[in-house]
Design a protein around this ligand. Structure first.
Ligand code: NAI
Length: 338
Protein backbone atom coordinates (compact mmCIF):
# COMPACT_ATOMS: atom_id res chain seq x y z
CA UNK A 1 0.00 0.00 0.00
CA UNK A 2 1.20 3.53 -0.77
CA UNK A 3 0.63 6.19 1.87
CA UNK A 4 -0.04 9.76 0.79
CA UNK A 5 1.42 12.55 2.90
CA UNK A 6 2.47 16.18 2.86
CA UNK A 7 6.21 16.77 3.16
CA UNK A 8 7.39 20.08 4.61
CA UNK A 9 11.21 20.14 4.66
CA UNK A 10 11.11 23.44 6.59
CA UNK A 11 13.84 25.94 7.45
CA UNK A 12 17.48 25.80 8.59
CA UNK A 13 18.60 22.20 9.10
CA UNK A 14 15.09 21.02 8.07
CA UNK A 15 15.94 20.02 4.47
CA UNK A 16 19.15 18.20 5.57
CA UNK A 17 17.48 16.07 8.24
CA UNK A 18 14.37 15.50 6.11
CA UNK A 19 16.31 14.10 3.15
CA UNK A 20 18.06 11.58 5.44
CA UNK A 21 14.68 10.70 6.94
CA UNK A 22 13.26 10.01 3.47
CA UNK A 23 16.30 7.79 2.80
CA UNK A 24 15.61 5.61 5.85
CA UNK A 25 11.84 5.57 5.30
CA UNK A 26 12.49 4.17 1.85
CA UNK A 27 14.76 1.54 3.39
CA UNK A 28 11.86 0.33 5.58
CA UNK A 29 10.08 -0.77 2.38
CA UNK A 30 6.94 1.26 3.18
CA UNK A 31 5.85 3.31 0.17
CA UNK A 32 4.98 6.99 0.34
CA UNK A 33 3.76 9.41 -2.28
CA UNK A 34 4.73 12.86 -0.98
CA UNK A 35 3.35 16.25 -1.85
CA UNK A 36 6.22 18.62 -0.99
CA UNK A 37 5.06 22.02 0.28
CA UNK A 38 6.81 25.01 1.82
CA UNK A 39 6.13 26.64 5.21
CA UNK A 40 8.02 28.99 7.51
CA UNK A 41 10.61 31.49 6.30
CA UNK A 42 11.22 29.40 3.17
CA UNK A 43 7.54 29.86 2.27
CA UNK A 44 7.57 33.54 3.20
CA UNK A 45 10.40 34.13 0.72
CA UNK A 46 8.76 32.06 -2.02
CA UNK A 47 5.11 33.02 -1.62
CA UNK A 48 4.84 35.95 0.80
CA UNK A 49 3.07 33.79 3.39
CA UNK A 50 4.44 31.77 6.31
CA UNK A 51 1.82 29.06 5.73
CA UNK A 52 0.55 29.22 2.14
CA UNK A 53 -3.04 28.10 1.52
CA UNK A 54 -1.73 25.34 -0.80
CA UNK A 55 0.25 23.85 2.11
CA UNK A 56 -2.84 23.88 4.36
CA UNK A 57 -4.97 22.37 1.57
CA UNK A 58 -2.46 19.57 1.06
CA UNK A 59 -2.40 18.69 4.79
CA UNK A 60 -6.20 18.87 4.97
CA UNK A 61 -6.59 16.54 2.02
CA UNK A 62 -3.87 14.03 2.96
CA UNK A 63 -4.27 13.96 6.74
CA UNK A 64 -0.63 13.12 7.42
CA UNK A 65 2.36 15.48 7.34
CA UNK A 66 6.06 15.02 8.03
CA UNK A 67 7.39 18.43 8.90
CA UNK A 68 10.82 19.95 9.41
CA UNK A 69 11.38 22.78 11.90
CA UNK A 70 9.99 26.18 10.94
CA UNK A 71 11.53 29.50 11.82
CA UNK A 72 9.10 32.14 13.03
CA UNK A 73 10.54 35.58 12.24
CA UNK A 74 11.16 37.52 15.45
CA UNK A 75 9.14 40.73 15.80
CA UNK A 76 5.55 41.77 15.83
CA UNK A 77 3.03 40.73 13.23
CA UNK A 78 4.10 37.09 12.94
CA UNK A 79 2.19 34.41 14.81
CA UNK A 80 4.02 31.17 15.44
CA UNK A 81 3.40 28.91 12.45
CA UNK A 82 3.39 25.88 14.69
CA UNK A 83 0.67 27.31 16.93
CA UNK A 84 -1.32 28.29 13.83
CA UNK A 85 -1.11 24.71 12.47
CA UNK A 86 -2.32 23.30 15.79
CA UNK A 87 -5.31 25.62 15.79
CA UNK A 88 -6.14 25.17 12.10
CA UNK A 89 -6.31 21.37 12.32
CA UNK A 90 -7.42 21.15 15.98
CA UNK A 91 -4.33 19.11 16.86
CA UNK A 92 -5.32 18.71 20.49
CA UNK A 93 -2.73 16.12 21.51
CA UNK A 94 0.99 16.75 21.54
CA UNK A 95 2.86 13.50 22.13
CA UNK A 96 6.50 13.36 22.99
CA UNK A 97 8.02 9.97 23.70
CA UNK A 98 11.52 9.97 25.22
CA UNK A 99 13.58 6.92 26.00
CA UNK A 100 17.21 6.20 26.72
CA UNK A 101 19.14 5.48 23.52
CA UNK A 102 22.67 6.60 24.28
CA UNK A 103 24.01 4.20 26.93
CA UNK A 104 26.49 6.60 28.53
CA UNK A 105 23.95 9.25 29.49
CA UNK A 106 23.00 10.19 33.03
CA UNK A 107 19.86 8.01 33.19
CA UNK A 108 19.62 4.48 31.83
CA UNK A 109 15.99 3.44 32.16
CA UNK A 110 13.96 6.38 30.93
CA UNK A 111 10.93 5.46 28.83
CA UNK A 112 8.31 8.18 29.16
CA UNK A 113 5.52 9.30 26.85
CA UNK A 114 4.38 12.84 27.54
CA UNK A 115 0.85 13.62 26.34
CA UNK A 116 0.28 17.37 26.44
CA UNK A 117 -2.98 19.21 25.86
CA UNK A 118 -2.13 21.37 22.86
CA UNK A 119 -4.94 23.91 22.37
CA UNK A 120 -6.22 25.19 25.71
CA UNK A 121 -4.85 26.19 29.12
CA UNK A 122 -2.64 29.25 29.40
CA UNK A 123 -1.96 29.10 25.65
CA UNK A 124 -5.55 29.90 24.71
CA UNK A 125 -4.45 33.38 23.67
CA UNK A 126 -6.97 35.22 25.86
CA UNK A 127 -4.82 38.06 27.20
CA UNK A 128 -5.22 41.73 27.93
CA UNK A 129 -3.78 44.68 29.85
CA UNK A 130 -5.68 46.74 32.41
CA UNK A 131 -4.72 50.43 32.47
CA UNK A 132 -4.37 52.18 35.82
CA UNK A 133 -3.50 55.84 36.45
CA UNK A 134 -2.44 56.51 32.85
CA UNK A 135 -0.23 53.41 32.63
CA UNK A 136 -1.85 51.39 29.79
CA UNK A 137 0.03 48.25 30.81
CA UNK A 138 -0.27 48.48 34.59
CA UNK A 139 -1.74 44.98 34.90
CA UNK A 140 -1.28 42.03 32.54
CA UNK A 141 -3.86 39.23 32.40
CA UNK A 142 -3.43 35.86 30.67
CA UNK A 143 -6.35 33.52 31.17
CA UNK A 144 -5.98 29.76 31.50
CA UNK A 145 -8.99 28.14 29.87
CA UNK A 146 -9.83 24.49 30.22
CA UNK A 147 -13.03 22.99 28.89
CA UNK A 148 -14.52 19.77 30.26
CA UNK A 149 -14.54 18.50 26.67
CA UNK A 150 -10.85 19.42 26.15
CA UNK A 151 -9.80 17.79 29.43
CA UNK A 152 -11.77 14.64 28.75
CA UNK A 153 -10.48 14.17 25.20
CA UNK A 154 -6.78 14.56 26.10
CA UNK A 155 -6.98 12.34 29.19
CA UNK A 156 -8.93 9.69 27.30
CA UNK A 157 -6.33 9.90 24.50
CA UNK A 158 -3.56 9.19 27.06
CA UNK A 159 -5.39 6.20 28.55
CA UNK A 160 -6.26 4.74 25.16
CA UNK A 161 -2.64 5.16 24.06
CA UNK A 162 -1.55 3.36 27.25
CA UNK A 163 -3.88 0.41 26.59
CA UNK A 164 -2.93 0.10 22.92
CA UNK A 165 0.79 0.25 23.65
CA UNK A 166 0.88 -2.01 26.71
CA UNK A 167 1.82 0.80 29.04
CA UNK A 168 1.20 0.17 32.73
CA UNK A 169 0.49 3.59 34.23
CA UNK A 170 -0.84 7.07 33.49
CA UNK A 171 0.26 9.94 35.73
CA UNK A 172 -2.00 13.01 35.65
CA UNK A 173 0.09 16.09 36.40
CA UNK A 174 -1.74 19.19 37.70
CA UNK A 175 -1.72 22.05 40.20
CA UNK A 176 -5.20 21.50 41.65
CA UNK A 177 -4.09 22.56 45.13
CA UNK A 178 -3.64 26.17 43.94
CA UNK A 179 -5.42 26.41 40.57
CA UNK A 180 -8.70 25.23 42.06
CA UNK A 181 -10.72 25.59 38.88
CA UNK A 182 -8.45 24.65 35.97
CA UNK A 183 -6.48 22.12 38.02
CA UNK A 184 -9.58 20.96 39.86
CA UNK A 185 -11.57 20.31 36.68
CA UNK A 186 -8.62 18.50 35.07
CA UNK A 187 -8.33 16.20 38.06
CA UNK A 188 -12.08 15.66 38.43
CA UNK A 189 -12.46 14.72 34.75
CA UNK A 190 -9.29 12.60 34.90
CA UNK A 191 -10.50 10.52 37.84
CA UNK A 192 -13.77 9.86 36.05
CA UNK A 193 -12.02 8.81 32.81
CA UNK A 194 -9.66 6.56 34.81
CA UNK A 195 -12.66 4.57 36.07
CA UNK A 196 -13.29 3.39 32.49
CA UNK A 197 -9.78 1.90 32.40
CA UNK A 198 -9.83 0.40 35.88
CA UNK A 199 -7.94 -2.89 35.97
CA UNK A 200 -6.26 -2.22 32.63
CA UNK A 201 -4.09 0.84 33.35
CA UNK A 202 -2.89 2.10 36.72
CA UNK A 203 -3.64 5.76 37.39
CA UNK A 204 -2.01 8.25 39.74
CA UNK A 205 -1.93 12.02 40.02
CA UNK A 206 0.93 14.29 40.98
CA UNK A 207 1.32 18.00 41.62
CA UNK A 208 3.48 19.59 38.93
CA UNK A 209 6.29 20.88 41.14
CA UNK A 210 6.73 17.45 42.69
CA UNK A 211 6.60 15.88 39.21
CA UNK A 212 9.43 18.20 38.05
CA UNK A 213 11.58 17.04 40.97
CA UNK A 214 10.65 13.34 40.70
CA UNK A 215 11.61 13.42 37.00
CA UNK A 216 15.23 14.24 37.80
CA UNK A 217 15.39 12.03 40.90
CA UNK A 218 13.75 8.82 39.63
CA UNK A 219 12.57 9.20 36.02
CA UNK A 220 12.10 5.44 35.69
CA UNK A 221 8.95 5.64 37.88
CA UNK A 222 7.07 7.41 35.07
CA UNK A 223 5.37 5.76 32.11
CA UNK A 224 2.67 7.88 30.39
CA UNK A 225 2.18 11.45 31.68
CA UNK A 226 -0.84 13.56 30.75
CA UNK A 227 -1.05 17.24 31.58
CA UNK A 228 -2.25 20.70 30.55
CA UNK A 229 -0.54 22.87 27.93
CA UNK A 230 2.02 24.95 29.87
CA UNK A 231 3.07 22.17 32.27
CA UNK A 232 3.44 19.82 29.30
CA UNK A 233 5.56 22.33 27.41
CA UNK A 234 7.99 22.73 30.29
CA UNK A 235 8.12 19.11 31.47
CA UNK A 236 8.59 17.72 27.96
CA UNK A 237 11.78 19.75 27.52
CA UNK A 238 12.94 18.55 30.93
CA UNK A 239 12.27 14.97 29.79
CA UNK A 240 14.23 15.57 26.54
CA UNK A 241 17.17 16.55 28.72
CA UNK A 242 16.99 13.22 30.56
CA UNK A 243 17.69 11.22 27.38
CA UNK A 244 20.40 13.21 25.64
CA UNK A 245 18.78 16.39 24.42
CA UNK A 246 16.94 17.72 21.42
CA UNK A 247 18.77 15.67 18.78
CA UNK A 248 16.94 12.48 19.82
CA UNK A 249 13.42 13.65 20.77
CA UNK A 250 10.49 13.43 18.33
CA UNK A 251 6.99 14.81 18.63
CA UNK A 252 3.57 14.35 17.09
CA UNK A 253 0.60 16.69 16.96
CA UNK A 254 -2.58 14.69 16.63
CA UNK A 255 -6.18 15.69 15.96
CA UNK A 256 -9.22 13.71 14.88
CA UNK A 257 -8.47 14.16 11.15
CA UNK A 258 -4.80 15.17 10.88
CA UNK A 259 -1.44 14.09 12.33
CA UNK A 260 1.70 16.23 11.95
CA UNK A 261 5.01 14.59 12.86
CA UNK A 262 8.20 16.51 13.59
CA UNK A 263 11.37 16.73 15.65
CA UNK A 264 11.03 18.67 18.90
CA UNK A 265 14.01 20.89 18.08
CA UNK A 266 14.01 24.06 15.99
CA UNK A 267 15.77 25.03 12.77
CA UNK A 268 19.22 25.27 14.44
CA UNK A 269 20.42 28.24 12.36
CA UNK A 270 23.85 28.02 14.02
CA UNK A 271 24.65 24.73 12.24
CA UNK A 272 22.35 24.90 9.18
CA UNK A 273 23.92 24.00 5.83
CA UNK A 274 26.96 22.34 7.40
CA UNK A 275 25.71 18.75 7.14
CA UNK A 276 26.38 18.03 10.82
CA UNK A 277 22.87 18.07 12.33
CA UNK A 278 21.58 14.95 14.02
CA UNK A 279 18.65 13.59 11.96
CA UNK A 280 17.62 11.08 14.69
CA UNK A 281 14.77 13.18 16.10
CA UNK A 282 13.23 13.62 12.66
CA UNK A 283 13.69 9.89 11.93
CA UNK A 284 12.02 9.02 15.25
CA UNK A 285 9.17 11.37 14.30
CA UNK A 286 8.86 9.37 11.08
CA UNK A 287 8.67 6.20 13.21
CA UNK A 288 5.75 7.76 15.13
CA UNK A 289 4.14 8.53 11.78
CA UNK A 290 4.55 4.88 10.73
CA UNK A 291 2.82 3.77 13.95
CA UNK A 292 0.02 6.27 13.29
CA UNK A 293 -0.42 4.71 9.84
CA UNK A 294 -0.48 1.26 11.53
CA UNK A 295 2.86 0.31 9.93
CA UNK A 296 3.96 -0.95 13.35
CA UNK A 297 6.57 -3.41 12.14
CA UNK A 298 8.36 -0.78 10.03
CA UNK A 299 8.20 1.67 12.95
CA UNK A 300 9.81 -0.87 15.28
CA UNK A 301 12.53 -1.73 12.73
CA UNK A 302 13.32 1.95 12.14
CA UNK A 303 13.68 2.67 15.88
CA UNK A 304 15.89 -0.37 16.31
CA UNK A 305 18.08 0.64 13.33
CA UNK A 306 18.57 4.10 14.85
CA UNK A 307 19.48 2.57 18.21
CA UNK A 308 21.93 0.09 16.70
CA UNK A 309 23.59 2.78 14.56
CA UNK A 310 24.21 4.92 17.64
CA UNK A 311 24.97 2.22 20.21
CA UNK A 312 26.64 -0.64 18.30
CA UNK A 313 28.00 1.00 15.15
CA UNK A 314 28.91 4.11 17.15
CA UNK A 315 27.97 6.38 14.26
CA UNK A 316 27.24 9.57 16.15
CA UNK A 317 26.81 13.19 15.17
CA UNK A 318 28.56 15.97 17.04
CA UNK A 319 25.75 16.62 19.56
CA UNK A 320 26.18 12.99 20.76
CA UNK A 321 29.95 13.36 21.03
CA UNK A 322 30.82 11.89 17.60
CA UNK A 323 32.07 13.21 14.27
CA UNK A 324 29.59 11.64 11.82
CA UNK A 325 27.85 13.83 9.26
CA UNK A 326 24.08 13.93 8.85
CA UNK A 327 24.37 11.89 5.64
CA UNK A 328 26.74 9.31 7.21
CA UNK A 329 24.22 8.71 9.98
CA UNK A 330 21.43 8.34 7.40
CA UNK A 331 23.56 5.79 5.51
CA UNK A 332 24.23 3.84 8.72
CA UNK A 333 20.53 3.61 9.58
CA UNK A 334 19.60 2.67 6.01
CA UNK A 335 22.27 -0.07 6.06
CA UNK A 336 20.84 -1.47 9.30
CA UNK A 337 17.41 -1.61 7.63
CA UNK A 338 18.64 -3.33 4.49
P1 NAI B 1 16.93 25.02 18.16
O1 NAI B 1 16.26 23.78 18.64
O2 NAI B 1 16.88 25.29 16.71
O3 NAI B 1 18.47 24.98 18.59
C1 NAI B 1 18.91 24.89 19.96
C2 NAI B 1 20.34 24.30 19.99
O4 NAI B 1 20.26 22.90 19.71
C3 NAI B 1 21.27 24.88 18.93
O5 NAI B 1 22.57 24.98 19.46
C4 NAI B 1 21.24 23.86 17.80
O6 NAI B 1 22.42 23.84 17.03
C5 NAI B 1 21.04 22.56 18.58
N1 NAI B 1 20.29 21.58 17.78
C6 NAI B 1 18.95 21.61 17.49
N2 NAI B 1 18.63 20.57 16.72
C7 NAI B 1 19.76 19.87 16.51
C8 NAI B 1 20.04 18.67 15.76
N3 NAI B 1 19.11 17.98 15.09
N4 NAI B 1 21.32 18.24 15.73
C9 NAI B 1 22.27 18.90 16.41
N5 NAI B 1 22.08 20.02 17.13
C10 NAI B 1 20.82 20.50 17.17
O7 NAI B 1 16.31 26.23 19.00
P2 NAI B 1 16.43 27.80 18.79
O8 NAI B 1 17.82 28.16 18.37
O9 NAI B 1 15.86 28.37 20.02
O10 NAI B 1 15.41 28.13 17.60
C11 NAI B 1 15.80 28.37 16.25
C12 NAI B 1 14.55 28.61 15.41
O11 NAI B 1 13.73 27.43 15.39
C13 NAI B 1 13.63 29.73 15.91
O12 NAI B 1 13.22 30.48 14.79
C14 NAI B 1 12.45 29.01 16.53
O13 NAI B 1 11.27 29.76 16.42
C15 NAI B 1 12.37 27.76 15.68
N6 NAI B 1 11.75 26.60 16.36
C16 NAI B 1 10.90 25.83 15.61
C17 NAI B 1 10.33 24.70 16.15
C18 NAI B 1 9.45 23.87 15.28
O14 NAI B 1 9.27 24.15 14.11
N7 NAI B 1 8.87 22.79 15.79
C19 NAI B 1 10.58 24.29 17.54
C20 NAI B 1 11.53 25.14 18.23
C21 NAI B 1 12.07 26.27 17.65
Amino acid sequence: MTHRGTLIPGDGIGPEITSETLKVLEATGVHFEWDEQPAGVTALEQTGSLIPEATLASIRERGTALKGPLMTPVGTGFRSVNVALRKEFQLYANMRPAYTIVPDGRFQDVDIVMVRENLEGLYSGVEHFIPIDGDPRAVAVSEAILTRHGAERIIRFAFEYAVENNRRKVTMVHKANILKMVGGLFLEVGRKVAEDFDGRVECEDMIVDNAAMQLVLRPEQFDVIVTTNLFGDILSDEISGLVGGLGVTPGANIGDAVGIFEAVHGSAPDIAGQGIANPSAQMLAAAMMLDHLTEHDAARRLREAIRLSIVEDRVRTRDLGGTATTAAFGDAVAARLA
